[in-house]
Design a protein around this ligand. Structure first.
Ligand SMILES: C[S@@+](CC[C@H](N)C(=O)[O-])C[C@H]1O[C@@H](n2cnc3c(N)ncnc32)[C@H](O)[C@@H]1O
Length: 314
């Protein structure tokens, strides 16, 4: 295994920055950035609106340390807190509970996390099979796999990665993990190659993605945050979401449009810009994607889907 280098210096480029600020900014008030990351969106928001204050959260302590340094120049306009989405209600209450002027959820991972071999997130780097966004909490992926239920694992691979032959792969993963032979990203990549007949990015990426989502219980967190938001936002305030995975985007659509959540990828009735019954008015008639130039410069922007919803008057 290659030596672990935790001084990764890849800076995360904020995605769809101008569009995000255009929807988000609404004058004076307390804003929430629930996914601080490198602090790119956060710094731009504080610069663009001098009357904005920011509650900036992330579950990754390393992100908080890095972004905290970057945002220090904004002084007490920024409150930085370690929190997963499901902890946001408590953190927000403890910070005074002022209704939010806007909220941003830039889901998924930062480039810094993906490119750090010590995180064990990417098949492109060899490292411990960990995959946690917060290495101080929960258990690494290899430990979870060693006590995983084969059926649950197959469901995870199917639901979060659309993995073909999920049952066969789940069986092989569980057997290797229990035998203690699945402790690094390279070992997992090699196993997927043997079982699924290839170790190309096209085959590996969905498997690693699905297992990362499972390790971090990402979808449960997204649901918890979206359910809390209507009570936390002031009338007229906008929440902007940036999704990189169809599962997140589906959850956003269903939670904020007020429709019952459907787990399958069946198309929803056309509701863009429509009058939903819930507390939200949709501001993005169609999902916003990154302009071609941004997609060229920043490959992460290619899968980004931006949606914006305004809190209706109570
Ligand atoms: C795409 S990055 C955000 C990048 C940021 N907008 C910027 O401009 O630098 C996503 C960040 O959200 C954090 N995150 C993802 N899911 C989370 C969750 N459920 N709870 C808290 N933080 C989460 C990750 O740790 C990561 O730092």
């Amino acid at each position: 295994m290659r030596a672990v280098d935790s001084t990764v210096s890849v800076r995360h480029e904020p995605v769809l920055l101008a569009e995000t600020l255009r929807f988000l900014l609404a004058g004076e008030g307390l804003y929430l950035d629930a996914t601080l990351g490198d602090g790119g969106h956060a710094g731009a928001l504080l610069e663009a609106e001098p009357r904005a204050r920011l509650l900036a959260c992330d579950r990754d302590p390393a992100a908080l340390a890095f972004a905290g340094g970057r945002l220090a120049r904004f002084g007490d306009r920024v409150m930085i807190r370690h929190a997963t989405f499901r902890e946001l209600p408590g953190v927000h209450r403890a910070a005074g509970g002022e209704l939010l002027a806007g909220a941003l959820f830039d889901f998924g991972l930062s480039s810094r996390q993906i490119d750090d071999p010590a995180r064990g997130i990417s098949f492109q780097h060899d490292g411990p099979l960990d995959a946690r966004m917060d290495p101080t909490s929960g258990e690494p992926l290899h430990a979870r796999l060693a006590r995983a239920d084969e059926g649950e694992l197959a469901r995870v691979l199917r639901e979060y990665g659309d993995v073909r032959g999920a049952g066969r792969l789940a069986r092989a993963i569980v057997a290797e993990a229990r035998a203690g032979r699945l402790r690094t990203t390279r070992e997992l990549a090699a196993l997927v190659g043997r079982v699924s007949g290839g170790d190309r990015p096209k085959t590996l990426a969905p498997v690693f993605q699905a297992l990362r989502i499972w390790t971090n219980d990402e979808m449960t967190d997204v649901d918890a945050a979206l359910a809390w938001l209507p009570d936390a936002m002031r009338d007229g305030a906008t929440v902007v979401t940036l999704s990189y995975h169809s599962g997140e985007d589906r959850r956003v659509k269903h939670a904020l449009r007020g429709a019952p959540r459907v787990e399958s990828k069946r198309r929803l009735p056309a509701m863009d810009g429509g009058e939903a019954a819930g507390p939200w008015e949709e501001r993005t008639r169609r999902v916003v994607t990154a302009p071609t130039a941004e997609q060229w410069e920043n490959p992460r922007a290619r899968s980004a889907r931006l949606r914006a919803f305004r809190r209706k008057p109570r």
